[in-house]
Design a protein around this ligand. Sequence first.
Ligand code: HEC
Length: 104
Amino acid sequence: MKILLVILGLALYSTAPAFADADIDKGDVKIGKALHDKSCIACHASKYGGDGSKMYTREDHKVTTKQQLVSRVKSCNKNVGTGWFPEEEAHVEAYLNATYYHLK
Ligand code: HEC
């Protein structure tokens, strides 16, 4: 019985990926900026100086697709342990995309 429940759970989870990642295009840039400035700048700035934005604009920066942006924000977010909800990650992704990356 337990195994059946696990299988059912996995099936539900895999059919609902939107549940795990909020849509970056629905993120709120203003909220994202506030969250980002509070939790993310200090470490990037300690590496690159200034406001740390060089992390996103340096010539060999890593993020070149929306999917990469989503996973990068997720992993940095995990490291910091902000405990953001997926919607909050989406706000920050929207902010970074609108401000630096301009990915379609
Ligand atoms: C403890 C330090 C630290 C903190 C805090 C941190 N980051 Fe980062 N972040 C890094 C480092 C180091 C890299 C560069 C990794 C690399 O070059 O592969 C990076 C890279 C990135 C990139 C990719 C930049 C690019 O295009 O190359 C994004 C996006 C990013 N961080 C978002 C965030 C967000 C959002 C937060 C706040 C939740 C955050 N980071 C907090 C250390 C940190």
